[in-house]
Structure formats: C-alpha cells, structure tokens
Design a protein around this ligand. Structure first.
Ligand code: DGY
Length: 317
C-alpha cells in the first residue's frame, strides 16, 4: 500500500476516501508544517498532497527522501512549488484545474461588485447605525455599460467574462495568445497590456503568477488606465506592485480595489487596510464545500492516476 503525506486537513469525506486508498499521514491539528517537519514526515512516503501554504522550494525538494515520486498540489496554482527542482529529482507535480473555475469566478464578481459599490464602507457605516439615506450617500460605480478588461483569459477569466456580460459589461482581454471565436464569445482581444489597460474601466486579474506577470501592475502600467478605474485580483498577489497601487489610490488614479490574494499572505499592506475603497477578502476564491471537495478529490485522483499509469493529465512540470 502506498504511503501518502497529506500536509493540511481536507474535508472529512476526502480524508476518509484517501484513508481507504492509502496508508495516509494526516495532519490532525492542521498547523502549517515547517520545512524541517515536511522533510521528516515525508520519510518513506511515496507522495505528498500539498496545499498552497506549503513552500516546496528547491532546498526542500532536494532534501526529500528518494521514495517521494509525486507532489499533488491541492490548488490550481502551483507557485508554491519549484517545478524545475522537482523535475530534476524526477518528481511529478500536479494541480487541480477546472473544478474551481466557477467558485473563483463567483469571488471575482464579488470583488468587482464590492469594490464598485463601496461594500467596505457600507458594512462599516451600517454597523454604526447612525447612517441616513440621502441622494448622494455612498454613491459608487455601475457595472452595466462599463468596460471590463480581463488579464488572463483562461478558464477562470472566461468564466468571469460570462458572468460580467450578464451584468451588462463590455468585455476586453489580453492573453498570451488570442482565443478562437467561440471561446472569445464576443470579447475584444488586445495584444498588449497597454491597450487593454487603457480601455479598462474595470480590470479583473485572472492570469497565473509567472516571472512575466510578476508586478505587471506597477507604477508605469498604472498610468495606462482611465482615471478612476477599478482593479480586482482573484489570482495571486504577485501581480501587483503594492506601493505603486497604494499611491495610485491616494491620487485617485484608481478609484477602488477588490482583493482576495496578497503578496506575503496572510499579511496585507497597511496602505490597503487603511483605505476605505479597498474591499478585501482572505483568499476565498475556491472556498465552497462543493469546490473544496472536488479539488481534494482531484488531488487524490491525480496521485492514483500517476501510480497507475506513470503519468497524469494534470502534470504541470
Ligand atoms: C488555487 O487553487 O490556486 C486557489 O488559489 C486555492 O484556493
């Protein structure tokens, strides 16, 4: 029987399923293991089911026992894992695409709505019970009739586009390559970010974090946006240069932000926390029972498929 280390708690039904298939090492307290603990616990294990908070860098990978053949990440993103280091050790890395598309697109819409309609301020003021309705009370920006730029038109970007269209938004996008007509579904392609940002009353960030996209929203690229644009991020914090963004909010170049992800999570820049027009969530993109169940099931399936066939459709390295 294969031995699998599962680094964080899964939902009960997923842990039960994994326990029936393998000899599993579960994390009863759900604490985040240190790298030293991860190395120790993976002794004699054939695979590790990791989460996005596990930092699986080169040093850790090089210290893993030779028995480890697969790292199955319980996420669609895999920025927490050094793919090349894993490849060099002949360790397969897999992710969980598709199953979290809808849940993440829903959170992306919540960010767009929350930022545009001043949800953060609205919640704070409601709780004071001293507010009074008036014609210009907490006036925000309307989605219908606005242009939404989508940076990264993969599965999640397209799911955001579909939802935003039903809110009456006009969709523009930039992607590594142009989509075919069917996938584009009426959206306008821009082959560079300058052109996309300059038509984005709203921008939804939905691209993966790579060396190319790191800090893609920075002091220079923020100048391309129309004055008073709204930016939301449901992908990874790496894409935004935070100091430049805080400054853009200060000078009202950017009207509002909706953020679910941050550099250095769970820390959030004080410039964001202290700004009334920044609507923040704690990385909830995939946090529904259905999606978390499906993600863990897929992470388990990936390991099963790998040990059965020697490879996996969701291999990312
Ligand atoms: C992912 O799958 O990458 C999500 O961010 C995890 O919640």
């Amino acid at each position: 029987m294969k031995k699998i280390l599962i680094t964080r708690r899964l939902l009960k039904s997923n842990e039960e399923r994994a326990s029936k298939i393998w000899n599993v090492k579960l994390n009863a307290t759900d604490e985040v293991y240190s790298q030293g603990e991860l190395i120790k616990l993976s002794k004699n294990c054939d695979g590790i089911l990791t989460s996005i908070v596990d930092k699986i860098d080169k040093k850790l990978i090089e210290s893993l026992p030779a028995s480890v053949k697969i790292i199955s990440n319980f996420a669609v993103g895999f920025g927490n894992i050094d793919l090349d280091a894993a490849k060099n050790r002949n360790i397969v890395v897999t992710n969980t695409p598709d199953v979290l598309t809808d849940a993440t697109a829903e959170i992306a819409m919540l960010l767009i709505l929350g930022a545009a309609r001043r949800a953060n301020e609205g919640i704070q003021i409601s709780k004071t019970q001293t507010w009074q309705w008036s014609a210009d009370f907490l006036i925000g920006k309307q989605l219908s009739g606005s242009r939404l730029g989508i940076l990264g038109m993969g599965r999640i970007g397209r799911a955001v586009a579909k939802r935003a269209k039903s809110f009456g938004m006009e969709i523009h996008y930039h992607n590594r390559s142009r989509l075919n007509k069917e996938l584009e579904s009426g959206a306008t392609y821009h082959d560079n970010i300058k052109d996309l940002f300059s038509v984005s009353d709203f921008l939804s960030i939905n691209c993966p974090a790579t060396e190319k996209t790191k800090n893609i929203i920075n002091k220079d690229s923020l100048k391309f946006f129309p004055n008073g644009a709204i930016i939301t991020n449901s992908a990874r914090g790496d894409m935004i240069e935070d100091n430049a963004m805080v400054e853009a909010l200060k000078i009202k170049k950017i009207y509002a932000l909706g953020l679910d992800v941050y550099k250095g999570e769970p820390k959030i820049s004080s410039g964001y926390l202290n700004h009334p027009k920044v609507f923040v969530l704690p990385h909830l993109g995939s946090a529904t029972k259905k999606t978390r169940t499906d993600m863990a099931d897929l992470a388990i399936n990936n390991i099963e498929e790998f040990f059965k066939t020697g490879t996996c459709v969701n291999k990312v390295n």
